[in-house]
Design a protein around this ligand. Structure first.
Ligand code: ARG
Length: 458
């Protein structure tokens, strides 16, 4: 295929250099956005009499046919093209000749690619937000079902205080709601059209950038043409927000992996989301969760690739920026794939409340409540804390837990102890007395659930 710049050059470029330069394998993903951008551009060129209306119409009609053929598979992208912009323009020109050659008036591939990436990301982020909402919904459903299931809550991975499994799952729901918020924020700041910035300096034609922006659903135009073609901060922002999503998925995956282990036995993943071993017949591995945890690495890597690619670039466009798409598209694809596997994995996960309860009950998880018991009877908290510390040491020495120590023994430690202490340190009391806002009691969790459901509907 003849190069766009053949006029200036006297020698063919090297084949390997062509391949190295080509971005079609990555940017053909934006072909729909590229065509829609060109249709809006052509309409503006016609309306402003920059090209004859008849030519503009021919371009728009033919682009619509090309789009339809791409959708139904009858037109295949030529992987030998330099990039998606060149491919679309060459097909157009093959079909309508000189009219097609007028499309690139008052435009450059620099503003064209900046436009395509924004359009692509807007679509992709919109879809992804929908997928993350489904995951939050799955977490909320599971949390509702498990709102009274008592499990150990941990700090430092040491049993700390009893909580409910519903409470634990909702913590992730709130993290993901903030992720959705961050992604929406990226779209909001990104949603300004760079088209019409041209190569870098704007154009001598009397264009109407605002009309194009409006036709393409933007909130306005990028006010500075150098900025419009030079910055990819929206890719960095998206890559950063997507990294935070993966960090959350990775923590949840880590917990699922722990919970499914023989040692914990808190949940069992559905067979559909686990794998066996080629040699050990007893194994059921949580491969999906492990892969999600592992894939956080590449998404963080993409963020660093983008930041590093941009850091030394003089204004305006530099070819380095072609690397933006591979990084951000991979992050978008990876987070989407992880989200769509995580959702049914959570929805089908079988919870084992008996094991959770056993793990919550077999130790000193109610020690804080014993100290609170004394405090509520008038002992200063620090003194109560110390007293209970001594009781815990005594229990360890005797090989019993707090619930098993006799009232006589308790009374030797403090006059304030009465028979009602056992009720005060039962796991149910520990959970249900924590009715503060955001706490683990069933009514508190129900309130949190309502907040999550309302956010999903908003
Ligand atoms: N494939 C290029 C990219 O993704 C398109 C823009 C090319 N512009 C240029 N001046 N060579 O960045």
């Amino acid at each position: 295929m003849e190069k766009l710049w053949a006029g200036r050059f006297s020698k063919e470029s090297d084949r390997a250099a062509d391949d190295f330069n080509s971005s079609i394998a990555v940017d053909s993903a934006m072909i729909r956005q590229d065509i829609k951008g060109s249709m809006a551009h052509a309409a503006m060129l016609g309306a402003k009499n920059i090209i004859p209306m008849a030519d503009a119409e021919k371009i728009i009609d033919t682009l619509a046919v090309i789009l339809a053929e791409i959708e139904d598979g009858s037109l295949e992208v030529d992987m030998g093209s330099e990039d998606v912009h060149t491919f679309v323009e060459s097909v157009l020109t093959e079909r309508i000749g000189d009219a097609g050659r007028k499309l690139h008036t008052a435009r450059s591939r620099n503003d064209q690619v900046a436009l395509d990436v924004r359009l692509y990301m807007r679509d992709a982020l919109g879809e992804l937000i929908g997928e993350i909402k489904s995951l939050v919904n799955a977490l909320a459903d599971k949390a509702e079902e498990q709102k009274a299931t008592i499990m150990p809550g941990y700090t430092h991975l040491q049993r700390a205080q009893p909580i409910t499994f519903g409470h634990h799952l909702l913590a992730y729901a709130f993290m993901l709601l903030r992720d959705i918020d961050r992604l929406q924020d990226v779209v909001k700041r990104m949603n300004y059209s760079p088209l019409g910035c041209c190569a870098l300096a704007g154009t001598t034609y009397d264009t109407d950038r605002r009309a194009v922006a409006e036709a393409l659903g933007f909130d306005g135009v990028v006010p500075n043409s150098l900025d419009g073609v030079s910055d990819r901060d929206f890719c960095v922002e998206a890559a950063s927000a997507l990294s935070i999503v993966m960090m959350h998925y990775s923590r949840l995956s880590e917990e699922i992996i722990l919970w499914s282990s023989w040692e914990f036995g808190f949940v069992e993943l559905d067979d559909a989301y686990t794998t066996g071993s080629s040699i050990m017949p007893q194994k059921k591995n949580s491969d999906m969760a492990e892969l999600i945890r592992g894939k956080s690495g590449r998404v963080y890597g993409n963020l660093f690739a983008l930041l590093t690619m941009l850091k030394g670039l003089p204004l305006a466009y530099n070819k380095d920026m072609q690397e933006d798409k591979e990084a951000i598209f991979d992050s978008l694809d990876t987070v989407s794939a992880c989200t769509t596997i995580m959702t049914p994995m959570i929805a089908t996960m079988r919870v084992k409340p008996e094991n959770m309860r056993k793990a919550a009950g077999g130790g000193f998880i109610n020690a804080t409540d014993l100290a609170d018991y004394l405090t509520k009877k008038g002992m200063p908290f620090r003194t109560a804390y110390k007293t209970v510390g001594g009781i815990v040491a005594l229990c360890i020495q005797k090989g019993v837990v707090l619930d098993e120590l006799s009232l006589d023994e308790y009374k030797k430690q403090s006059e304030l102890f009465e028979a009602d202490l056992y009720e005060a340190i039962s796991l149910e009391t520990c959970v249900n007395k924590r009715s503060s806002e955001g706490g683990t009691s069933v009514p508190s969790v129900e309130k949190q659930l309502k907040i999550v459901r309302a956010a999903l509907e908003a």
